[in-house]
Design a protein around this ligand. Structure first.
Ligand code: FAD
Length: 546
């Protein structure tokens, strides 16, 4: 079946090629489209999402990166098909819904993010979230923090007052100088822009050593370390100084606030963002339960055969594409065969990456427990800690203010983002023990709170879930550029190709699509058949199945 459909396909293609070269007239193009559409519509199984047999772009993975790539392809005239291994879209964006007893024991639904939490202002995802008019909640870059076992709470204060309470005058002056130095150094840093000569030495020292060389107070050092480590999911001594700078820029701030970028969360959970993206790209262009196994270049046709396994039926199928965007996290690339193999420099660059880890916990409490994290009527969350609690986020921040009054006695969820070595340890700890350890850490922070904890749910991620660049490497170095260079019309995207976060996922998708648009290999027949198959609307050409 597999061979016969391939044979049928190539016959049709070659017939087309001959005809196309004889005449690019409209009548032929119409005939071609009609024949193609009906042939494939007939063979599409109705029980699974339809998969096109020939498309301009196959996108592997329906996380933020894959969905953004599809979004960016809209209006370009290129058709696309997203293949996702999981039964649902979103990847590391995961909003979990819980049904829990609320007021008068009636069941209420509450949700919290079990994957990514927040977006920083410089993240291009924020513009997309605004475009989709999703409800957002904003916060300061400065958070409540536990340093040396003491909790410094932001609750009710503005960030500047908070910093004045945290540090003395001379510490604040050093921090201002430190931030100004980082602002200055990071100005010329951009993906694909190389490393300015003046910064090259920073590839060969760790961020920890670079900070320590500034002889800041121990408290300031701790503040920098704790603030940064939760972002990178690993130790500050395990990343190069240049990557520390790139990560720390979000806390440097602009001229006005000097307190870092604003952070954004989607009210109701990040699933709303992936759903908005999926709706915008057309659900019919996304097929779930499809594990991509092989991407093989056909040197004659100049296209790629993308083989995938439908994991719900164990059916092995394939789709032909002119371009393939792979958004699979780089540590999972080894699960896909490339023919020809990925170049050695690319493989070396992937092998030389570092990694961070995350472990996520949802802690359920009754609303009455809010008193533990409320100061002068204001929540002190999120709280950055240097303990087994990691970062304590409000799991359902939409349920505040007016919402709180309306919803009455809804349960509260604290969402713990635990990173680095602690995440590694928890990833291999029996969950009963993890629960006991987390309760005991809570008890140290807010004595009495552990008695209010109703239950906990745990979410494990692969020990390499977060990309990092160790000493000797940088996201701006030539090896990273190598990963971003397309090969055989295969474009590697996904957060790991640019940064450790969702900004990398979105930026890489945008980069891959612009690389495709710039590529000279787009088939000559595309511009002729595209307007006919897709039709034009006010939004520009529509992506339709062929
Ligand atoms: C616990 C946690 C908290 C985080 N918090 C934040 C945060 O607050 N802010 C932030 O900016 N970032 C955060 N991140 C990082 C952020 O989640 C990621 O950067 C982003 O979601 C990555 O998107 P992606 O599309 O590149 O990769 P993914 O989301 O991993 O998507 C890749 C997709 O490819 C699919 N796939 C894999 N193999 C195959 C295959 N062979 N065939 C087909 N499909 C395949 C996967 O199933 C997946 O859906 C966090 C990450 C974690 C784990």
């Amino acid at each position: 079946m597999y061979l016969s459909s391939l044979g049928q396909h190539s016959t049709r293609q070659s017939r087309l090629k001959n005809l196309a070269s004889a005449s690019f007239g409209m009548i032929f193009a119409w005939f071609f489209c009609a024949a193609f559409t009906s042939a494939f519509a007939a063979t599409t199984p109705s029980s699974v999402p339809a998969v096109t047999r020939l498309t301009d772009v196959v996108i592997v993975g329906a996380g933020l990166s894959g969905l953004t790539a599809a979004h960016e392809l809209q209006g370009t005239g290129l058709s696309y098909q997203v293949l996702e291994l999981a039964p649902i879209i979103g990847g590391r964006v995961k909003t979990v819904e819980y049904s829990r007893p609320g007021k008068n024991k009636s069941m209420v639904t509450v949700s919290a993010d079990a994957g990514m939490e927040e977006y920083w202002e410089s993240n291009p995802a924020v513009a997309l979230i605004r475009k989709f008019k999703l409800p957002i909640q904003t916060d300061h870059a400065v958070s409540s923090i536990v340093i040396g076992g003491k909790l410094y709470s932001l609750g009710g204060k503005n960030p500047l007052d908070h910093m004045h309470r945290l540090f003395n005058g001379s510490e604040l002056a050093s921090l201002t100088r430190f931030k100004a130095e980082i602002a200055n150094m990071t100005q010329g840093l951009k993906s694909g822009g190389g490393i300015p000569t003046a910064l090259q030495h920073l590839v060969h020292v760790s961020f920890a050593d670079w900070v320590k060389a500034h002889k800041l107070s121990a408290k300031l050092e701790d503040w920098i370390r704790i603030t940064l480590e939760c972002e990178i999911g690993t130790g500050w001594d395990r990343i190069s100084a240049i990557d520390g700078l790139a990560e720390f820029h979000i806390f440097v701030g602009n001229r006005e606030t000097k307190q870092g970028e604003t952070s954004y969360r989607v009210v109701g959970g990040n699933v709303k963002f992936v759903n908005a993206l999926a709706d915008s790209v057309g659900r019919e262009n996304i097929a779930t339960n499809k594990r991509v196994l092989r991407i093989a270049r056909d040197p004659v046709k100049g296209t790629s055969r993308v083989t995938y396994l439908s994991t719900d039926t164990n059916q092995n199928s394939e789709i032909e594409a002119k371009h393939v965007i792979v958004t699979v996290p780089l540590y999972r690339m080894m699960e896909i065969q490339f023919e020809p193999a990925l170049s050695q420099p690319k493989r070396d660059a992937i092998a030389a990456l570092g990694w961070g880890s995350y472990f996520k916990v949802h802690v359920m409490l009754p609303r009455s427990a809010e008193r533990f994290w409320t100061v002068r009527g204001r929540s002190m969350l999120p709280v950055l800690s240097d303990s087994d609690l990691g970062v304590i986020y409000d799991g359902n921040p939409d349920d505040i203010g007016e919402g709180l009054r309306k919803t009455g006695d809804t349960p509260r969820i604290l969402s713990l983002l635990i990173g680095g070595d602690r995440a590694e340890r928890f990833n291999f700890t029996p969950l009963d023990q993890a629960r006991a350890e987390i309760k005991s850490a809570f008890e140290k922070l807010w004595p009495g709170v552990s008695r209010s904890i109703v239950d906990m749910e745990f979410y494990r991620y692969h020990p390499r879930a977060i990309a990092a660049w160790p000493v000797g490497r940088s996201r701006f170095d030539q090896m990273s550029d190598e990963i971003r260079t397309p090969e055989n019309n295969v474009y590697l995207a996904g957060d790991h190709t640019e940064s450790s976060h969702s900004d990398g996922a979105v930026n890489s998708a945008m980069r891959a699509v612009s690389q495709i648009l710039k590529s000279k290999t787009t088939s000559i027949i595309t511009p002729i058949i595209t307007p006919i198959i897709r039709g034009r609307t006010d939004d520009g050409p529509r992506n339709k199945k062929i």
